[in-house]
Ligand binder design. Sequence first.
Ligand code: HEC
Length: 90
Amino acid sequence: MIKYILTAVFTVSLAATALADGAATYADKCADCHGDKGQGMGAKKKNPVAGVKAEVNKKSIIEGKGKMKKVAMDPKDVDEVAKFVEGLKP
Ligand code: HEC
């Protein structure tokens, strides 16, 4: 029984860590152009990304997208930040 509880606690804390890291990477690498909550920049909210699917985020980061140049970062950070952005509320 205790083993199951420990496993559950461990799994939850791992998930929480991934989200926290995604948030830090976002603030560091994306927020300047997409707003601190993915809402887009400025009064016109240009280029919002909140809620964009993780796969689309990954592709945009790795290959670039239109006027956005690709962003160099660790593949692990790409995964985390891609999930973080998908989880943001548009
Ligand atoms: C230097 C500014 C800049 C940075 C930094 C930047 N972006 Fe972008 N991003 C843009 C611009 C500008 C566009 C719009 C490109 C276009 O349509 O021509 C865009 C488009 C996107 C899109 C496509 C949105 C859609 O609806 O198709 C996604 C997803 C995205 N960015 C995610 C990210 C993520 C995640 C990061 C951080 C790793 C990031 N961007 C960092 C400027 C930036």
